[in-house]
Design a protein. Structure first.
Length: 161
């Protein structure tokens, strides 16, 4: 809760969500998959389970502290410290010229519209023509304490988020 601008979820993604998001990962033939916002890595594990031999898995993390975690705990995944909005250029630094799938758990509801558009444009530039993109929208914790309806972080009136 202390780093809401960097971390969009209060708990790691579930294994079921990881399996659902990783459904876009090509299971046949070598591929390149990029994960945006890998965090502690539960979705990373689901992606890895689908990858064919010879594939590469990259993660993009904007926060140095968050990037350090997968570098320590998932040495098979290449972690790039950078901005998802620069995804059109970041893979080239890792020797990648095309991306077959992008899987995102970024906290979209925390980003202003212009930032969302920049990230999506970066995804479009990085993807191969037959590439796939999937994401899981997140809603941050409600900002108004107390009972009754309130506006949650994504702007919806809600009694629960």
């Amino acid at each position: 809760m202390r780093r809401q601008r960097v971390v969009g979820a209060i708990a790691p993604s579930s294994p079921a969500l990881g399996r659902a998001l990783s459904a876009v990962v090509p299971a046949l033939g070598p591929s390149v998959v990029v994960e945006l916002g890998a965090g502690t890595g539960p979705v990373s594990e689901a992606i890895r389970a689908r990858l064919a031999p010879g594939s590469r898995q990259l993660a993009v993390e904007i926060d140095p502290g968050m990037a350090a975690h997968p570098r320590r705990t998932k040495p098979w995944m290449e972690t790039i410290e950078g901005d998802a909005a620069d995804l059109g250029e970041l893979p080239a630094g890792a020797g990648v010229d095309r991306v077959d799938a992008v899987v995102s758990t970024l906290p979209w509801s925390l980003f202003p519209g212009e930032r969302q558009e920049r990230i999506l444009a970066g995804v479009g530039r990085a993807l191969a023509p037959s590439g796939a993109f999937t994401t899981s929208p997140t809603c941050p914790p409600c900002r108004s304490p107390g009972p009754g309806p309130r506006a949650c972080g994504c702007g919806r009136p809600s009694t629960r988020c």
